[in-house]
Design a protein around this ligand. Structure first.
Ligand code: ATP
Ligand code: MG
Length: 225
Protein backbone atom coordinates (compact mmCIF):
# COMPACT_ATOMS: atom_id res chain seq x y z
CA UNK A 1 0.00 0.00 0.00
CA UNK A 2 1.38 3.43 -0.89
CA UNK A 3 1.54 5.93 1.94
CA UNK A 4 -1.54 8.11 2.22
CA UNK A 5 -1.27 10.97 -0.24
CA UNK A 6 -0.43 14.31 1.27
CA UNK A 7 -3.29 16.78 1.19
CA UNK A 8 -2.78 20.31 -0.05
CA UNK A 9 -4.77 23.24 1.29
CA UNK A 10 -4.38 26.27 -0.91
CA UNK A 11 -5.81 29.75 -1.34
CA UNK A 12 -5.86 31.56 -4.68
CA UNK A 13 -5.90 35.35 -4.95
CA UNK A 14 -6.00 37.62 -7.96
CA UNK A 15 -7.72 40.77 -9.19
CA UNK A 16 -10.87 40.66 -11.31
CA UNK A 17 -9.69 39.93 -14.85
CA UNK A 18 -6.45 38.31 -13.64
CA UNK A 19 -7.51 34.91 -14.98
CA UNK A 20 -8.18 33.48 -11.53
CA UNK A 21 -11.14 31.49 -12.88
CA UNK A 22 -9.08 29.96 -15.69
CA UNK A 23 -6.15 29.05 -13.46
CA UNK A 24 -8.46 27.68 -10.75
CA UNK A 25 -10.23 25.34 -13.15
CA UNK A 26 -6.90 24.05 -14.49
CA UNK A 27 -5.65 23.45 -10.97
CA UNK A 28 -8.68 21.45 -9.87
CA UNK A 29 -8.51 19.41 -13.09
CA UNK A 30 -4.82 18.60 -13.01
CA UNK A 31 -4.43 18.09 -9.28
CA UNK A 32 -7.76 16.63 -8.26
CA UNK A 33 -8.42 19.39 -5.78
CA UNK A 34 -11.85 20.51 -4.64
CA UNK A 35 -12.66 24.09 -5.59
CA UNK A 36 -14.50 26.13 -3.01
CA UNK A 37 -15.51 29.57 -4.27
CA UNK A 38 -17.16 31.85 -1.73
CA UNK A 39 -19.09 33.71 -4.46
CA UNK A 40 -20.44 30.48 -5.98
CA UNK A 41 -21.32 29.14 -2.54
CA UNK A 42 -23.18 32.33 -1.64
CA UNK A 43 -25.11 32.30 -4.92
CA UNK A 44 -26.11 28.71 -4.23
CA UNK A 45 -27.24 29.53 -0.66
CA UNK A 46 -29.25 32.46 -1.99
CA UNK A 47 -30.83 30.28 -4.66
CA UNK A 48 -31.68 27.59 -2.08
CA UNK A 49 -33.05 30.27 0.30
CA UNK A 50 -31.03 28.94 3.26
CA UNK A 51 -30.60 31.05 6.40
CA UNK A 52 -27.10 31.96 5.22
CA UNK A 53 -28.49 32.84 1.82
CA UNK A 54 -31.19 35.12 3.21
CA UNK A 55 -28.68 36.99 5.38
CA UNK A 56 -26.06 37.25 2.64
CA UNK A 57 -28.52 38.50 0.02
CA UNK A 58 -29.13 41.81 1.80
CA UNK A 59 -25.44 42.64 1.96
CA UNK A 60 -24.60 41.54 -1.57
CA UNK A 61 -27.46 43.53 -3.06
CA UNK A 62 -26.15 46.65 -1.33
CA UNK A 63 -22.69 45.93 -2.74
CA UNK A 64 -21.29 45.22 0.73
CA UNK A 65 -19.22 42.34 1.97
CA UNK A 66 -21.06 39.66 3.91
CA UNK A 67 -20.13 39.99 7.64
CA UNK A 68 -17.02 38.06 8.71
CA UNK A 69 -18.87 35.99 11.29
CA UNK A 70 -21.35 34.68 8.73
CA UNK A 71 -18.68 34.01 6.10
CA UNK A 72 -16.35 32.24 8.51
CA UNK A 73 -19.06 29.93 9.82
CA UNK A 74 -20.28 29.13 6.33
CA UNK A 75 -16.82 28.39 4.89
CA UNK A 76 -15.66 26.36 7.91
CA UNK A 77 -18.74 24.21 7.62
CA UNK A 78 -18.08 23.55 3.91
CA UNK A 79 -14.42 22.75 4.60
CA UNK A 80 -15.32 20.05 7.13
CA UNK A 81 -17.23 18.21 4.42
CA UNK A 82 -14.14 18.07 2.15
CA UNK A 83 -11.50 17.53 4.85
CA UNK A 84 -10.36 14.29 3.18
CA UNK A 85 -9.43 16.09 -0.06
CA UNK A 86 -6.98 18.68 -1.18
CA UNK A 87 -8.74 21.96 -1.77
CA UNK A 88 -8.44 25.38 -3.34
CA UNK A 89 -10.18 28.30 -1.67
CA UNK A 90 -11.24 31.15 -3.92
CA UNK A 91 -12.78 34.45 -2.76
CA UNK A 92 -12.10 33.73 0.90
CA UNK A 93 -10.53 35.17 3.00
CA UNK A 94 -11.37 38.72 1.92
CA UNK A 95 -10.51 40.40 5.24
CA UNK A 96 -7.74 39.97 7.81
CA UNK A 97 -10.34 38.84 10.36
CA UNK A 98 -11.41 36.04 8.00
CA UNK A 99 -7.75 35.12 7.40
CA UNK A 100 -7.07 34.86 11.13
CA UNK A 101 -10.15 32.74 11.73
CA UNK A 102 -9.18 30.43 8.87
CA UNK A 103 -5.65 29.91 10.17
CA UNK A 104 -6.97 29.14 13.65
CA UNK A 105 -9.00 26.33 12.16
CA UNK A 106 -7.04 25.01 9.16
CA UNK A 107 -3.42 24.36 8.25
CA UNK A 108 -2.92 26.35 5.02
CA UNK A 109 -0.01 25.18 2.88
CA UNK A 110 0.19 27.93 0.30
CA UNK A 111 -1.36 31.17 -0.92
CA UNK A 112 -1.10 31.56 -4.69
CA UNK A 113 -1.15 35.20 -5.76
CA UNK A 114 -1.71 35.93 -9.45
CA UNK A 115 -0.14 39.21 -10.50
CA UNK A 116 -1.23 40.59 -13.83
CA UNK A 117 -0.34 44.25 -14.43
CA UNK A 118 -3.45 46.44 -14.07
CA UNK A 119 -2.74 48.03 -17.49
CA UNK A 120 -2.94 44.62 -19.10
CA UNK A 121 -6.21 43.78 -17.35
CA UNK A 122 -7.74 47.11 -18.34
CA UNK A 123 -6.75 46.64 -21.99
CA UNK A 124 -8.13 43.13 -21.95
CA UNK A 125 -11.52 44.06 -20.48
CA UNK A 126 -12.11 47.36 -22.22
CA UNK A 127 -11.72 45.76 -25.66
CA UNK A 128 -14.58 43.39 -24.98
CA UNK A 129 -17.83 43.85 -26.96
CA UNK A 130 -20.89 41.65 -26.85
CA UNK A 131 -23.93 40.90 -28.92
CA UNK A 132 -26.49 40.93 -26.09
CA UNK A 133 -29.17 38.94 -27.94
CA UNK A 134 -26.92 35.91 -28.51
CA UNK A 135 -24.22 36.36 -25.86
CA UNK A 136 -21.48 36.28 -28.53
CA UNK A 137 -18.33 38.00 -27.28
CA UNK A 138 -15.76 39.79 -29.41
CA UNK A 139 -12.52 41.54 -28.63
CA UNK A 140 -11.24 44.44 -30.69
CA UNK A 141 -7.73 42.94 -30.64
CA UNK A 142 -7.94 39.20 -29.94
CA UNK A 143 -11.19 38.31 -31.65
CA UNK A 144 -12.48 41.23 -33.72
CA UNK A 145 -15.81 41.11 -35.56
CA UNK A 146 -15.57 41.15 -39.36
CA UNK A 147 -16.94 44.67 -39.35
CA UNK A 148 -16.20 46.94 -36.36
CA UNK A 149 -19.13 47.24 -33.93
CA UNK A 150 -21.33 44.73 -35.75
CA UNK A 151 -22.28 41.12 -34.95
CA UNK A 152 -20.91 38.68 -37.59
CA UNK A 153 -24.06 36.54 -37.70
CA UNK A 154 -26.97 38.97 -37.45
CA UNK A 155 -25.39 42.27 -38.48
CA UNK A 156 -26.86 43.85 -35.33
CA UNK A 157 -24.88 46.41 -33.30
CA UNK A 158 -22.48 45.25 -30.56
CA UNK A 159 -22.65 46.75 -27.08
CA UNK A 160 -20.16 47.25 -24.29
CA UNK A 161 -21.27 46.20 -20.80
CA UNK A 162 -21.18 49.05 -18.29
CA UNK A 163 -18.86 47.13 -16.00
CA UNK A 164 -16.43 46.55 -18.88
CA UNK A 165 -15.92 50.27 -19.48
CA UNK A 166 -12.47 51.58 -18.67
CA UNK A 167 -13.49 53.83 -15.76
CA UNK A 168 -15.53 51.07 -14.13
CA UNK A 169 -12.77 48.51 -14.55
CA UNK A 170 -10.24 50.91 -13.00
CA UNK A 171 -12.55 51.50 -10.04
CA UNK A 172 -13.04 47.75 -9.51
CA UNK A 173 -9.30 47.15 -9.61
CA UNK A 174 -8.60 49.93 -7.12
CA UNK A 175 -11.30 48.58 -4.84
CA UNK A 176 -9.74 45.12 -5.07
CA UNK A 177 -6.29 46.47 -4.28
CA UNK A 178 -7.48 48.44 -1.26
CA UNK A 179 -9.47 45.55 0.12
CA UNK A 180 -7.05 42.71 -0.52
CA UNK A 181 -3.78 44.40 0.26
CA UNK A 182 -4.01 43.87 4.04
CA UNK A 183 -4.92 40.20 3.57
CA UNK A 184 -1.97 39.61 1.25
CA UNK A 185 0.32 41.46 3.65
CA UNK A 186 -0.92 39.29 6.51
CA UNK A 187 -0.04 36.11 4.59
CA UNK A 188 3.22 37.57 3.26
CA UNK A 189 4.36 38.31 6.81
CA UNK A 190 3.90 34.62 7.54
CA UNK A 191 5.91 33.67 4.44
CA UNK A 192 2.97 31.81 2.93
CA UNK A 193 2.56 33.63 -0.38
CA UNK A 194 3.93 32.48 -3.71
CA UNK A 195 3.71 35.14 -6.43
CA UNK A 196 3.00 34.34 -10.08
CA UNK A 197 3.49 37.18 -12.51
CA UNK A 198 2.58 37.36 -16.18
CA UNK A 199 0.41 39.00 -18.80
CA UNK A 200 -1.51 35.90 -19.90
CA UNK A 201 -2.95 32.82 -18.22
CA UNK A 202 -0.91 30.65 -20.58
CA UNK A 203 2.21 32.31 -19.23
CA UNK A 204 1.19 31.97 -15.59
CA UNK A 205 -0.23 28.46 -15.71
CA UNK A 206 3.08 26.56 -16.26
CA UNK A 207 4.56 28.37 -13.26
CA UNK A 208 1.62 27.46 -11.05
CA UNK A 209 1.69 23.88 -12.32
CA UNK A 210 5.38 23.55 -11.60
CA UNK A 211 5.04 24.95 -8.11
CA UNK A 212 2.11 22.74 -7.14
CA UNK A 213 3.85 19.70 -8.64
CA UNK A 214 6.54 19.96 -5.97
CA UNK A 215 3.84 19.34 -3.35
CA UNK A 216 1.22 17.25 -5.13
CA UNK A 217 1.38 14.70 -7.87
CA UNK A 218 -0.45 15.90 -10.97
CA UNK A 219 -3.17 13.47 -12.09
CA UNK A 220 -1.71 13.34 -15.58
CA UNK A 221 1.40 11.52 -14.40
CA UNK A 222 -0.54 8.82 -12.60
CA UNK A 223 -2.30 8.05 -15.89
CA UNK A 224 0.99 7.13 -17.55
CA UNK A 225 2.30 4.94 -14.74
P1 ATP B 1 -15.05 38.46 -8.97
O1 ATP B 1 -14.93 39.57 -9.96
O2 ATP B 1 -13.72 37.93 -8.51
O3 ATP B 1 -16.03 37.40 -9.35
P2 ATP B 1 -17.06 39.43 -7.19
O4 ATP B 1 -17.04 40.77 -6.54
O5 ATP B 1 -18.07 39.11 -8.22
O6 ATP B 1 -15.59 39.19 -7.69
P3 ATP B 1 -17.68 36.96 -5.83
O7 ATP B 1 -16.55 36.19 -5.25
O8 ATP B 1 -18.36 36.43 -7.04
O9 ATP B 1 -17.14 38.43 -6.01
O10 ATP B 1 -18.73 37.22 -4.65
C1 ATP B 1 -19.91 37.96 -4.84
C2 ATP B 1 -20.24 38.75 -3.60
O11 ATP B 1 -20.34 37.88 -2.47
C3 ATP B 1 -19.19 39.78 -3.19
O12 ATP B 1 -19.33 40.98 -3.85
C4 ATP B 1 -19.42 39.90 -1.69
O13 ATP B 1 -20.53 40.73 -1.41
C5 ATP B 1 -19.80 38.49 -1.29
N1 ATP B 1 -18.61 37.73 -0.83
C6 ATP B 1 -17.95 36.75 -1.49
N2 ATP B 1 -16.92 36.27 -0.77
C7 ATP B 1 -16.91 36.99 0.39
C8 ATP B 1 -16.09 37.00 1.55
N3 ATP B 1 -15.04 36.18 1.67
N4 ATP B 1 -16.39 37.87 2.52
C9 ATP B 1 -17.43 38.70 2.43
N5 ATP B 1 -18.25 38.76 1.38
C10 ATP B 1 -18.00 37.91 0.36
MG1 MG C 1 -18.20 37.33 -9.49
Amino acid sequence: MPAAAKLLRAIIMGAPGSGKGTISSRIVQDFAMKHLSSGDLLRKQIHDKTAYGLTAKMYIERGDLVPDQVMVRMIMYELTSIHNSSWLLDGFPRTVEQAKALLRDQPIDIVLNLRVPFDVIIDRIKGRWTHPQSGRIYHTEFNPPKEPGVDDVTGEPLMQRDDDKEETVKARLEHYRRLTHPVLQFFRNKGMVEEFTGNYSNEIWPLVHQSLSTQLKPLQYTRYE
